[in-house]
Design a protein around this ligand. Structure first.
Ligand SMILES: Cc1ncc(COP(=O)(O)O)c(C=O)c1O
Length: 314
């Protein structure tokens, strides 16, 4: 996806011009992958744009940093204000927001403890994504997700995405739109950048945090919506073949939102169409984020930016 620039980037408490937000090639992060980051969406709504689950994303950023002993000088409220200030200063909505904290310049060697920590936040235009109703054709990856005692999957760390890149490249080269990885014990884990749900017999299953998944904020939103719709939700280890015999399957994530799977390993999921449980959750999710249904969980933080696009139903 080509990057569209905006005017400002937030760095350690102040806005700077986009072009000046640069780091030295000898920064620790470049050599040792020492970054943690977030990805959020700001949605266009009839009443004005809103950032989806801002405080939960900022809390996850701080959690990721804590796991890696990376001190961040800002608390959740300060980070949330920084995001709102940036989005309003840039005047771009809908948009994607990318906060990142990393070990910067001044120390060489693996040990990051004495390297400075830098915090940046960028945002850039990202129009309304229309996944359509055709669904995704995916495969099970030959790459496993990270073993739990190697790279912690609850940290959204830049380095984890080397594993994601292997999964994603393999899928694309083999003609699939995404890969689903198993964990090191052979149970279903997640996609390269999405959580996984399957439906069988009216029950919604998803892989638990112990199967090397990111604690997805969209995943949590899907579970909340499903429970409000009286759909039973079960978090349990799932064997690969559940993907072949389930009635419905879908991904959740900030980028894919709620996207149903048409086929896995060239086997149709159900009849390949979006099934009733997925449709109910999909419609509720898009209704809330697009401002067409009440924001009954207070998931959206308003920002004062004129919405650039009319809002419709996905
Ligand atoms: C590996 C991985 N799993 C799951 C997700 C979904 O998380 P969220 O819903 O918080 O975007 C993402 C996206 O951030 C991801 O990169």
């Amino acid at each position: 996806m080509p990057l569209e620039t905006t005017k400002n980037i937030w760095h350690n408490g102040r806005l700077m011009p986009w072009e000046q937000a640069q780091i030295h090639v000898m920064s620790h992060v470049i050599h040792y992958g020492s970054s943690v980051f977030e990805g959020l969406r700001c949605y266009a709504r009839p009443e004005g744009p809103g950032i989806f689950r801002l405080s939960e994303h900022m809390q996850r950023l701080l959690d990721s940093a804590k796991i890696y002993r990376m001190p961040i000088r800002y608390n959740v409220e300060e980070l949330c204000s920084a995001v709102v200030d940036l989005v309003e200063a840039n005047g771009v909505a809908p948009c994607y927001i990318r906060p990142i904290a990393f070990r910067g310049y001044g120390e060489m060697g693996v040990n990051p403890l004495r390297a400075p920590v830098e915090v940046y936040i960028a945002n850039f235009p990202w129009g309304k994504y229309v996944p359509g109703n055709d669904g995704a054709d995916v495969c099970v990856s030959s790459w496993n997700r990270l073993a739990p005692n190697t790279m912690p999957s609850l940290a959204k760390a830049g380095a984890n995405y080397m594993n994601s890149q292997l999964i994603r490249m393999e899928a694309e080269i083999n003609g699939y739109s995404e890969g689903i990885a198993l964990d090191v014990n052979g149970y279903l884990s997640e996609g390269s950048g999405e959580n996984l749900f399957v439906v069988r017999g009216g029950i919604l299953y998803t892989t638990p945090l112990a199967n090397s998944v990111l604690n997805g904020i969209t995943r949590n939103s899907v579970i909340t919506i499903a429970r409000s719709l009286d759909i039973p939700v079960v978090e349990q280890a799932l064997p690969r073949e559940m993907l072949y015999i389930c009635d419905e399957a879908f991904f959740s994530g900030t980028a894919v939102e709620v996207t149903h799977l048409r086929s896995v390993d060239k086997m149709l999921v159900g009849d390949g169409k979006m099934g009733p449980v997925t449709s109910a959750i999909h419609d509720e999710f898009f209704g809330i984020v697009n401002g067409l249904k009440p924001d009954r969980y207070s998931w959206l933080t308003p920002v004062k930016v004129p919405a650039a696009e009319p809002v419709g139903v996905s």
